[in-house]
Write a protein that binds this ligand. Structure first.
Ligand code: GDP
Length: 476
């Protein structure tokens, strides 16, 4: 890339400490090995994670689309009478991921499903019928993660829901599944409002049964990794995979997600035009969940009070009281604002244009897009959203919004502990306006707290209630 030259003296660790395989052709997906815009991550992947990923890649090659193993596994699905699944041990098992909700939600559930696949030695395939191929390159070398369009259950995928006879929770309710009656496929429902039966997925005993089912189809809008940590047999493996427990999403997301050239071009153009020359970059992600959403003075007040209190932005002084700045090259701070609403960055921009700063710093405010309305599954809209998530991940310091998965993804990829803006109540800026996150991990916004994991949650020191959502759990 054009920016490569800036760092040509000291070549970047393009494989991220062994996290990535060198088996890809560089040009087909520029983002994969391009670390030129990013500071090197202080977090190194463990040797066990690296070897697990390499064996996963081999498994995916052996079982992926187009292989004999895949053919055999799909033929087994064709049988309508199913209660006779033979598990011969060496057959491949799969988990199919379906995209649900916004881009942040999708990236979080996809990462969770991938970690589940790693832990249980399943092959993960993704539904390709909407825009995943416009967003991400293939992550696994010499094979494909796309679920073939002629997959036998393709026509049924959209109709899977809680009422479906193959839904795990429903099968439990109907006593239709146990260790001797194993179906050829199961639908897993892991949403914010899933039933207690569906959340039994996170119980050790249930995993023993689910583990025997050749095909799983998962729909989720959540980062459910914290509850995988609470399954005792998984925890043993996870401790080896991630000795630094709060790095799971950071490593997995950097392994799995490589924006397509189209998206990466957008990231690079913005970065070079607005961010690369700054001495420091501050990211501010403004997500307004109130209805109607839009520009609110109390949200603007909250952003200012957070950024000034935490000295992320300098105070403004009156033009007369400006101390003559003797420094010839005052510091340039770039502020990258992302929001559906353009007014927040407009206001900031005006403020820093009209009045000088107490520190003499120059503040440059930039917002790449202001789409106003969420348009999930519109190609260019999603591409812009992804580009903005990556731009946020390139900042030095980050402010995010309560319970926004968009922000969670940016902080995790960037390895940043953000300041989280609390959710405003009664149209007032909360006091305090924001809180520094305990870790860079995303929050499992609706973790099962009272089921089989209740005790483990209480005694595990590295799982905590989220800063921004009292019923959520996160790894710290
Ligand atoms: P969440 O709803 O904040 O948890 O995040 P999601 O990413 O799951 O869903 C929000 C969707 O709204 C995104 O995927 C985008 O389509 C859109 N969106 C929200 N905030 C932004 C933003 O700052 N920039 C852009 N481009 N799109 C946004």
């Amino acid at each position: 890339t054009i920016y490569g030259s800036k760092y040509s003296v000291k070549p970047r660790d393009k494989l991220l400490g062994g996290l990535l395989t060198a088996d890809f052709d560089e040009g087909s997906c520029l983002s994969r090995y391009d670390q030129s815009m990013r500071k090197p991550s202080p977090y190194k992947p463990s040797g066990y994670l690296i070897s697990k990923l390499r064996s996963y890649e081999m498994l995916h090659k052996r079982c992926g689309p187009g292989t004999d193993a895949y053919k055999r596994a799909t033929e087994q699905l064709g049988h309508s009478d199913e209660n006779h699944v033979r598990s011969s041990g060496d057959e491949c098992r799969y988990v199919v991921w379906m995209p649900m909700f916004g881009l942040g939600n999708r990236i979080l559930s996809l990462t969770s499903v991938f970690l589940y696949a790693l832990l249980t030695e399943r092959v993960m395939l993704v539904d390709q019928r909407n825009d995943i191929t416009d967003l991400f390159c293939e992550p696994f070398p010499g094979t494909s993660w796309l679920l073939p369009l002629d997959f036998p259950l393709t026509d049924q995928l959209d109709s899977y829901n809680r009422k479906h006879s193959h839904c795990y929770g429903t099968m439990l309710k109907n006593h239709a599944i146990n260790s001797t009656t194993i179906p050829s496929h199961l639908y897993l429902d892991i949403f914010h409002d899933s039933r207690d039966q569906d959340k039994m997925f996170f119980c050790e005993g249930d995993q023993a049964i689910i583990g025997k089912v050749p095909w799983l189809v998962a729909k989720s809008n959540l980062y459910f990794v914290p509850s995988l940590w609470m399954i005792p047999s998984f925890q043993t493996q996870l401790l080896k995979l991630f000795p630094q427990k709060d790095t799971a999403f950071h490593h997995l997301s950097r392994y799995l997600f490589h924006p397509t050239n189209q998206v990466w071009d957008m990231v690079t153009r913005s970065y070079n035009a607005y961010l690369s020359r700054a001495d420091e970059i501050l990211g501010i992600q403004v997500r307004v969940f109130s209805r109607p959403a839009g520009y609110f003075q109390h949200v603007m007040d909250q952003i200012l009070s957070c950024t000034q209190r935490e000295t992320l932005l300098p105070e403004l002084v009156s033009p007369e009281s400006q101390v003559t700045n003797t420094s010839r090259s005052p510091k340039l701070k770039a502020v990258l604002v992302t929001s559906l609403h353009p007014e927040y960055s407009d206001t900031l921009k005006n403020m820093f244009w009209e009045r000088p700063t107490s520190t003499g710093e120059i503040i440059e405010v930039y917002q790449p897009s202001g789409e106003r309305i969420q348009q999930t599954e519109s190609k260019l809209h999603d591409q812009k959203a992804l580009a903005e998530i990556y731009l946020l991940s390139l900042t030095d310091k980050l402010v995010t919004s309560t319970r926004s998965t968009f922000g969670y993804v940016a902080q995790g990829i960037g390895g940043l502990k953000p300041w989280i803006l609390y959710e405003p109540r009664n149209n007032k800026a909360p006091d305090p306006p924001c809180v520094k996150a305990m870790s860079m991990e995303p929050c499992f916004l609706r973790a099962p707290l009272h089921g089989c994991q209740a005790k483990t949650i209480k005694i595990t020191p590295f799982v905590k209630y989220c800063e921004d959502w009292f019923s959520g759990l996160k790894i710290v």
